[in-house]
Design a protein around this ligand. Structure first.
Ligand code: SF4
Length: 372
């Protein structure tokens, strides 16, 4: 049986993630001029012939309104969203519906300063850029195309000049782990960054070409991140490593941080959010997945209601219910705030509700007296 939650459930009054996702990721296209070693999308040079066309895309965007208040934030991803000829009309359409829209373009020749300026003019709220190395040599080796480091840096500098909030996404893998401190210093000194997102690799797509860090190395990295947060000039978050929340709670408790003080921290805002709970992913073909890293197709926006699938489909209902999780994650006192990476559990076991093998924590270690 699960013990009581270490921190009482957050944001219930604002956001019930079993009803409304915070983020909807839309893979607008698989087309991309890059061939990154860890690409989730297994991007290809040309769009899939069956990708959602403009009118189907607009019909999908209309569906997002059915979530009601609070509306999700829409993140345009790919492939390379800039390769869609109807990108700007679709951004205009989404903004006209009242949606907040962010974008994660690829560092191809399409990512010009003019394109970034146009994104700003069309109402993009923030720009996501990938930086996986502190030098051109290191970054371009991961991205497999020379010149992507410098193009990313120039895009970030230009976005900074325009005042566009920038999220930098960095891969955490055996191949990048030692370089993370240098990447941090580069970000600190090069352009204004809103958020640094550390994506802990899962072996899907081209990710199989790179290696996940071992769990104990991952724990060390997460502890380093937590210690960095108070000094960093930007927010730092982890992706596909929700056990960072356990580490943060453990460290805050060790410092005597009270439950109410914890609720004012940035890490608290991410509590509960995981694949399929707070997040939903729609592919270039309209297929609905719990996240871009969890290849369990749950429906298609061409014929299913995204809202219904998110709230009622069997897979999503399981993902909304940590009490249904199995193994350690099912017994863990951090199950509600963390819940483990459902994508990694699925990648390793084929069971989306199983234990996240990346987490070495042994549930029940936390004495009941110290629970909040
Ligand atoms: S055992 Fe699972 S729920 Fe508990 S901290 Fe680890 S990943 Fe999170």
């Amino acid at each position: 049986m699960r013990s009581t939650n270490p921190v009482e459930s957050p944001a219930r009054t604002i956001h019930d993630f079993s009803r409304n996702p915070m983020l909807v990721y839309w893979e607008m296209t698989q087309a991309c001029g890059l061939a990154c070693k860890h690409c989730r999308a297994e991007a290809m040079p040309h769009p899939h012939p069956l990708e959602l066309n403009t009118s189907e895309s607009m019909a999908f965007l209309n569906q997002l309104l059915d979530f009601g208040d609070p509306l999700p934030h829409l993140i345009l991803t790919g492939g390379d969203p800039l390769s869609r000829a109807d990108l700007f009309p679709l951004i205009d359409y989404a903004c006209g519906l009242g949606l907040e829209v962010s974008i994660t373009p690829s560092a191809t020749p399409l990512l010009t300063n003019d394109a970034i300026t146009s994104l700003r003019q069309h109402g993009i709220q923030s720009l996501g850029l990938s930086l996986d190395g502190s030098t051109a040599e290191k970054h371009d080796a991961i991205r497999a195309v020379p010149g992507t480091f410098e193009r990313t840096m120039e895009a970030a500098r230009h976005a900074g000049r325009l005042g566009i909030p920038i999220q930098v996404n960095t891969l955490v893998a055996e191949e990048t782990a030692a370089d993370l401190p240098a990447i941090y210093h580069l970000l600190k000194n090069s352009f204004p960054v809103m958020r640094w997102s550390l994506f802990f690799l899962i072996s899907v797509g081209r990710g199989k070409a790179l290696n996940e860090v071992r769990p104990e190395v991952g724990e060390d990295i997460m502890r380093w991140v937590f210690d960095l947060v108070p000094r960093a000039p930007f927010a730092i978050k982890t992706t596909e490593a929700p056990s960072y929340r356990r580490i943060a709670i453990e460290k805050m408790r060790a410092c005597g941080t009270s439950s109410s003080q914890m609720k004012n921290t940035a890490v608290y805002k991410g509590f509960q959010i995981r694949d399929g709970h707070g997040i939903v992913f729609v592919s270039n073909l309209g297929d609905i997945y719990p996240s871009g890293f969890l290849p369990l197709r749950c429906g298609n926006v061409r014929k299913n209601s995204l809202v219904h699938v998110y709230r009622e489909s069997e897979i999503f209902r399981g993902l909304h219910s940590p009490d249904q999780f199995r193994g350690k994650c099912g017994e863990c006192e951090y199950g509600h705030v963390c819940g483990g990476s459902r994508a990694r559990a699925f990648a390793y076991t084929g069971d989306v509700l199983e234990t996240d093998p990346f987490c070495p924590y042994v549930p029940g270690k936390q004495a009941a007296a110290t629970m909040v």
